[in-house]
Design a protein around this ligand. Structure first.
Ligand code: PEP
Ligand code: MG
Length: 828
């Protein structure tokens, strides 16, 4: 018989997990003393027996089921392995029960007392968990010992906490956008204040206002919140701050211009020859006269904002997830209550939509431009760029930018939106006086295939329009008005390069076979259906790596099995019968997901990422595996797991795959493979071979782990060379031991490196997976090889002293004979 419900309606159960049964029972007894009326349902899972210390997951799971009455259970734990056992217990529970369980980080005794009181009062499980978590507050307030960063009630009753900004460029647009995005989802009124400078408080839900705090690295910022989810808001902001607002350590493009000595730098390969066209800011017309009453102007503004929002999203999709942060910041500005509110006040007062918007944008831009820090000040350009986009739409112009350039574009820098709008048919080349090869805009220029040189120095900005320029984006050279003979030489090279590319593209649909008859499959690395179509058009033999994380990032909840199946099926359709290798989610501390908060890690690349992370949430992994099983109905699918380290992980995936396929069997022919990214796998490959159907070597990670050189660090770029003999030895060991047993591919960036291709083929690799645009070139490179000559070259490379010697050996081999003539012509 179930007990009557408490006044508030909920009957939340409580489980006490402790190493000591005596301690747990005494704590429960104490709690019973303070609860008036009917106590909450409480169970103890403590000690291995009456007197032996320990915790047991099975017992915890049973205790949860004992007190679960459908309204959920809050589990309180003492220390260390109690937490691990409780986590394990979750895995043992049926899905529906598990979803109702909250593992509370509250201190055991204080948390239990508070939880017992509120649970007995009928609070729901979120309230019980929140109250338990705040159990130390009373003691802290009394003793005046609230630790730094812990929420504490402010004088006005708001909860507060503080953090020190760790981001190298302070709380600039991207980290600020993460902060704004986080608090907007919560039912709380949140403000932030720069305690170091005294700026603020400002609403944390407004990007424009947060940026005006001028919070630089090292500044202390206070967050204050009121409302039903105030505590969660403060906690989340502090957690986000501890993760440096999820800003990657090397935020490409968010760095100051390189020092003058850095350039000119090659930024996008190829040769461009044409007249200089200096990009000047074209003033956007602002018609101050309203075309109708205030409601009409307000509607026009709303429509223009919506059009620009669509446009920004399109550019963001085009540039890929790596650059999404910049565009997310632009989207938040378009949605910013302060900015749009100021514009609406203008239309209400009878100003035209354009006039009101222009004034609001100018005011905000001026605020940002007045910030003391030069880096934050430079972000005013974002406000202007977004503001101008809206004004152009209001003026009836194209929604993005009109880049009226036929020739070589010369500019100080480009915004990502502007770069995304360049027409490769008209913009022959790009020369930037500043910027860097890894800036967002430059990455986009590269994706468009426009030759580019950056950090060329301010002198180029003085070159008059129409001056003939030669841009060598491969070597990083800009020639201003070169002698006719030199220009002619470059014209010849450009023609040869174009001819070669056209020939390679025409041949790309054919298989790539070496001169001595060895087939090397050249497949593509893709992240979306659009990429998959590009891969098919480029002649890819399949997809060697589908990075499914793209589908999981930038959203508030994980994709369902149906959504995933649709995406994978669409990729299979695009490849029309060619195999598609679906990689399970590869995220972690360095690529966090909003709906899957993770503890900050000192070394995210050595932390809980890839399969390690997936195995902490078997429910999510099972959903993905179920989607892959279903997608197998649409075409040939392979399943690949990233960041594997030990054989047990492969066995765990196979078990989960069987569960995911249930009630049916795992689809026939669904091959399961692992990525070789951790040196331990390559060194212990014999142990893996009986359990895998294929191997794919991820040279990006394998290189960083072998050479202990973080893959994103520009300072270590030269060291982190996949042609280092140590990395090659791991590749060779993997390929030779797997030969005749399971196929081995390489899907890291090295697979498209012209110098690496003959060495990889020589080491026995028979599949290369590369960016779609590189497929024709790599196929052409393979056709020029002789596998015997490559094997001989590989042998010599393995004995080399370092990567530089390996590269020299490859160069010499290319010069020596046709068998390893893998390098495209010198102008490629
Ligand atoms: C790799 O590590 O080489 C790889 C292909 O995986 P990712 O670059 O996605 O980490
Ligand atoms: Mg990897």
């Amino acid at each position: 018989m179930s007990a009557p419900r408490a006044a508030g309606g909920s009957r939340v159960g409580i489980v006490v997990v402790s190493h000591s049964r005596a301690l747990a029972e005494a704590a429960v007894g104490l709690a019973a003393e303070v609860v008036s009326g009917r106590p909450a349902r409480t169970a103890v899972a403590a000690g291995l027996d009456e007197s032996t210390f320990g915790t047991d997951a099975v017992r915890i799971a049973a205790a949860v089921e004992e007190v679960d009455d459908g309204d959920g259970v809050v589990v309180l734990m003492d220390v260390g392995s109690a937490v691990l056992s409780a986590e394990l217990a979750l895995e043992l529970l049926p899905d529906d029960v598990r979803e109702r369980v909250v593992l509370s980080p509250a201190p055991l005794v204080e948390g239990l007392l508070v939880a017992s009181v509120v649970a007995a009062g009928g609070a729901d499980r979120a309230e019980v968990a929140a109250e338990a978590r705040a159990a130390l507050l009373a003691k802290d307030t009394h003793l005046g010992t609230a630790p730094d960063g812990e929420p504490a009630p402010a004088a006005d009753g708001r909860l507060t906490g503080s953090f020190v900004v760790a981001n190298p460029h302070g709380l600039h647009a991207r980290p600020a956008a993460r902060l704004v995005g986080e608090v907007r989802r919560l039912d709380a009124d949140v403000t932030v204040r720069n305690l170091t400078t005294g700026a603020g408080p400002v609403p944390a839900g407004s990007l424009s206002r947060v940026a005006t705090l001028g919070a630089l690295r090292g500044h202390e910022v206070e967050v204050a919140a009121a409302g039903p989810e105030a505590r969660e808001a403060v906690d989340r902001v502090l957690a986000l701050a501890a993760r440096a607002f999820d800003e990657a350590p090397d935020p490409d493009g968010e760095r100051p211009d390189p020092a003058p000595s850095a350039g000119p730098l090659p930024a996008s390969p190829g040769i461009a020859i044409g007249p200089a066209v200096r990009l000047r800011a074209v003033p956007v017309p602002v018609d101050e006269r309203p075309a109708g009453p205030p409601e009409h102007e307000e509607r026009r503004l709303a429509d223009a904002l919506a059009a620009v929002r669509r446009d920004v999203r399109r550019t963001r999709d085009r540039t890929g997830p790596g650059q999404a942060g910049v565009f997310d910041a632009h989207l938040l500005l378009l949605d910013d209550a302060e900015l749009t509110g100021a514009a609406r006040a203008g239309t209400d007062a009878g100003t035209s939509a354009a006039g009101a918007w222009a004034r609001a944008v100018t005011a905000l831009e001026a605020q940002w431009a007045a910030l003391p820090d030069p880096y934050l000040r430079a972000r005013a350009a974002d406000v202007r760029a977004v503001g101008d986009q809206v004004l152009r739409v209001l003026a009836g112009q194209a929604p993005v930018h009109d880049v009226d350039v036929d020739g070589v574009l010369v500019a100080e820098d480009l915004t990502p939106a502007l770069a995304g709008a360049l027409d490769p048919g008209r913009v022959l080349g790009v020369v930037l006086s500043g910027s860097s090869p890894t800036a967002h805009a430059v990455i986009l220029v590269r994706a468009l295939g426009i030759p580019a040189v950056v950090a060329a120095g301010p002198g180029l900005l003085d070159v008059p329009d129409g001056t003939p320029l030669v841009v060598d984006g491969t070597e990083g050279r800009v020639l201003v008005d070169p002698p006719a003979a030199v220009a002619e030489e470059y014209r010849t090279r450009r023609r040869e390069l174009a001819d070669r590319r056209a020939r390679d593209a025409a041949e790309a649909p054919r298989e790539a076979v070496t001169r001595d008859g060895r087939r090397v499959a050249v497949s593509a690395n893709v992240g979306s259906v659009t990429d998959a179509r590009a891969a098919a058009a480029a002649g890819a033999d399949g997809v060697g790596l589908l990075r499914t994380e793209v589908l999981f990032l930038d959203r508030d909840r994980p994709p369902t099995a149906e959504e995933q199946e649709r995406e994978y099926a669409a990729v299979l359709d695009a490849l029309a019968g060619r195999p598609v290798t679906v990689r399970t989610l590869d995220v972690g501390g360095d690529k966090p997901l909003r709906y899957w908060p993770q503890a900050a890690e000192a070394n995210p690349f050595l932390g809980v990422r890839g399969l390690r992370l997936s195995l902490t949430r078997p429910d999510l992994l099972r959903t993905q595996l179920a989607a892959v099983c279903r997608a197998a109905r649409h075409g040939p699918v392979r399943l690949m797991v990233p960041m594997v380290t030990v054989v047990e992980e492969v066995l765990a995936v196979r078990r989960l795959l069987t569960e995911a396929a249930a009630p049916g069997p795992v689809p026939d022919g669904l091959r399961v493979g692992v990525m070789v990214e951790v040196p331990a796998v390559a060194l212990n490959i014999e142990a893996f071979l009986p359990h895998v159907d294929f191997l794919s070597i991820g040279t990006n990670d394998l290189t960083q782990y072998t050479l202990a050189a973080e893959r994103g660090s520009p300072a270590l770029a030269a060291l982190a060379d996949p042609l280092d003999p140590a990395v090659l030895r791991l590749v060779g060991e993997t390929a030779s031991r797997a030969a005749g047993r399971v196929p081995v591919s390489v899907c890291g960036e090295a697979a498209a490196d012209p110098a690496a291709v003959p060495v990889l083929v020589g080491l026995g690799v028979r599949e290369l997976s590369v960016a779609p645009s590189a497929v024709p070139t790599v196929k052409a490179a393979v056709r020029r090889l002789d596998s015997g000559a490559c094997a001989e070259l590989a042998r010599r490379c393995l004995a080399a002293a370092g990567a530089a010697e390996v590269r020299a050996l490859v160069r010499a081999a290319v010069a020596d004979g046709p068998g390893v003539r893998s390098r495209p012509a010198p102008d490629a």
